[in-house]
Each structure stands twice: as C-alpha cells, then as structure tokens.
Write a protein that binds this ligand. Sequence first.
Ligand SMILES: Nc1ncnc2c1ncn2[C@@H]1O[C@H](COP(=O)(O)OP(=O)(O)OP(=O)(O)O)[C@@H](O)[C@H]1O
Ligand SMILES: [Mg+2]
Length: 247
Amino acid sequence: MNERDIVLEAKKIEKRFGGLKAIDDFSLHLYKGEILGLIGPNGAGKTTMFNIIAGSFPATLGEIYVDGKLVNKPQSHQMARMGVARTYQIVRPFSNLTVLENTMVGAFLNTGNTETARRKAREILAILKLEGKADIRGKDLTLIDLKRMEVARALATEPRILLLDEVIAGLNPTGRDMVIEMISGIRETMGVSIIIIEHVMKAVMKLCDRIYVLNQGKLIAEGAPLEISSNEAVIQSYLGVKKHAEN
Ligand SMILES: Nc1ncnc2c1ncn2[C@@H]1O[C@H](COP(=O)(O)OP(=O)(O)OP(=O)(O)O)[C@@H](O)[C@H]1O
Ligand SMILES: [Mg+2]
C-alpha cells in the first residue's frame, strides 16, 4: 500500500491529564479497507486515543489527518461528518428506545427525515442480522445484542472509518465468534476501514491486518499478528500477564 491509501493518520499524539501522560508521542495510520488492532494493558491509553480521533476531547500535542488533510481542532460532530464513527467501551443506549430507534439516532447524522432514517436503520439491521430484534427496547437487551446495536448505530451514520472499542470482550465463546464474523462481514460488504481495541487475543489475531501495541501511552510494537504474538516486549508487558490472568 502507498501513502495515497491512508484514510486516517494520527501524528505524534500526546495527551496529558494533569500530571499523567496518557498518550506519549504515539503515531498511527490506517489504510483503506484495513482492520487495524490497538492493544495493550488496562490504562495503556487505547480509549483515550479513540477519544482524540473521534474529537471527544483535544490532544495536548499532535495532529489528526483524514484523507491526507489536516483536521484543525477536531471536534466530534466534525469528525462524524468526515466519516468517523465509534462505539463506546461502556455501552450507553437509550434504554427506553427500541433497537430500531437507537439505530435511527445514528442515521439522523445525514438526514432530518424520519422515514429516511428508519429506512437506513432497517437496512443496517438487516446487514447485521438484527432485524428480529428491531422492536426490543435497549433496557431489555442481552449484552451481545447491546454490543451489536452499538455497532448498528455507528454504521447508520454511514462511516468510512469505524472505531470499535472492546465490542468482543465480555461475550461468551459463541458470542465472540458471532461478533468476529460480523466485523469481517462489515469490512467486506461495506468497505469500511476499521480500528479495533480488544483484549480478546483470538479475535485480534483473526481479524487484524496490523496491530499497534501501547503500554503506558507509548508504542512498544507494531506489526502483523504473528510478529506481535512473538514479540518479546509485548509478551513481557501484556501477553504474558494476560495468560496468567486468563488461566
Ligand atoms: N478523562 C480522563 N481524565 C483523567 N484521566 C483519564 C481520563 N481518561 C483516561 N484517563 C487516564 O488515562 C489513562 C489511559 O486510560 P484509557 O481509558 O485510555 O486506557 P485503556 O487503554 O482504554 O484501558 P482499558 O483497557 O482498561 O479500557 C488511564 O490512566 C486513565 O485513568
Ligand atoms: Mg479502554
């Protein structure tokens, strides 16, 4: 791939919260059609990076480029309009709205028309095989359907870049497989470029073309899944620790 194919780039990002450097001189780029993994231990700065890319809060230092163009002071509505959609690690649906209505919330980014939004939402629910759940309220959903609905809401904004924050963690093995399949389906059928934050290594290894590993805000490794899983620094700071925690 060459530079023309880069849809998103974050350059030399630093984020300070008071005395804490949550992100320390970290750069990433995302190629068109790629599934990129962002992994690392708790508190590494992964969600903070999504917040910066999605314009939820500004970086202390550094720049964000979309399609090679510098975004001046990124803000969430502006990033959404540029085609960036994200899910939240802690899913906060409108609990009294149905799955269809929650998905329509995403569609309203591009239309003020309720019928158009409903049509878009139904289309996305069909792609994600969630039509059968369309009339269930947010508060009555199981965890897996909550996570799928969160992805539906994000996709209803018709993004080109999708940021998924731990949509697989917490699910049972069957649920994990279902969501892994859903994510590869999204890449194949919708042509979206994706960054996933995930602790479930099986999912990361299966889905990702490339992986960045963060530890205490700093990049410790970047590469293909096989390179990452055998990288000594990654095993020391993350994978080794995880194995103990999981077994
Ligand atoms: N809004 C905030 N204000 C102050 N500190 C914050 C804020 N958001 C994150 N932090 C701190 O920044 C660091 C990175 O947090 P972040 O949520 O990005 O980690 P993470 O890699 O997503 O971890 P996890 O795997 O547990 O979700 C942590 O020390 C966290 O406490
Ligand atoms: Mg996080």
